[in-house]
Ligand binder design. Structure first.
Ligand SMILES: O=C(O)CCC(=O)C(=O)O
Ligand SMILES: [Fe+2]
Length: 212
């Protein structure tokens, strides 16, 4: 890694989102536009991209985006009764991990990458509240490419907020955010470019989830 790749001294001031029961901070320009473009291109060729199939009401459907899961070998998680082992770190992913650990003062042992190819790729509303993530997970989300609105919805009041996640931005969710909020990326009919999102997490692999 070049030493100046992560010289973020000129980055824009972080913004704490004014959300009750949550702790969400948005760092626009966490990476420079050039850094983010280089990293995006590296990840496109480097990661273990695949399109998963899930069962909805007994029907197999392809999820509307590509995904890749990388991390430490022991950062296993269980999914529909299967124990999944992450693909190994790439240099790009582990350089980012190091910077994020410093920025967030938190450890990460895995990263879920999502590649939204166009406006019809999306992620449904959900909370990252699997038992393996622990009670108050720190989730660091890096956006590369097309800006997409990130929707946060309070589980009780149903009140919705949006933050546009821009190229090179970082969004950090922690504290009670997953307990009180769902989040997602909606589809759009607009002709838009592709976007890669990385969510760095810490998986406590000794905590078994219900569907194990
Ligand atoms: O693409 C995004 O910004 C959200 C990704 C996300 O929520 C997740 O990976 O759990
Ligand atoms: Fe999520």
């Amino acid at each position: 890694m070049q030493p100046d790749l992560f010289d973020n001294s000129s980055a824009v001031q972080p913004q704490i989102l004014p959300l009750p029961d949550a702790d969400v901070t948005y760092y626009p320009g966490w990476l420079s536009a050039d850094q983010a473009s280089v990293i995006k291109q590296q990840l496109e060729g480097e990661l273990d991209w695949h399109q998963d199939t899930i069962k909805i009401y007994g029907k197999l459907v392809k999820i509307p985006r590509l995904q890749a899961w990388h991390g430490d070998p022991d950062a296993q998680y269980s999914y529909s009764g299967l124990s999944m082992t992450p693909a190994p770190w790439t240099t790009t992913l582990s350089d980012l991990r190091q910077q994020l650990a410093k920025q967030c003062q938190a450890a990460f042992n895995s990263v879920l990458a999502n590649w939204y190819r166009h406006g019809q790729d999306s992620m449904g509303m959900h909370a990252d509240d699997e038992p393996e993530l622990g009670k108050h997970p720190v989730i660091a989300s890096v956006t590369l490419g097309q800006a997409r609105p990130f929707v946060l919805m309070h589980k009780q009041s149903k009140s919705k907020s949006k933050v546009m996640l821009e190229h090179g931005s970082l969004l950090v969710m922690k504290g009670t955010t997953q307990q009180f909020y769902q989040h997602g990326i909606a589809k759009t009919a607009r002709q838009i470019d592709d976007r890669i999102n990385l969510t760095y997490r810490y998986i406590h692999s000794s905590i078994k989830s219900n569907n194990a």
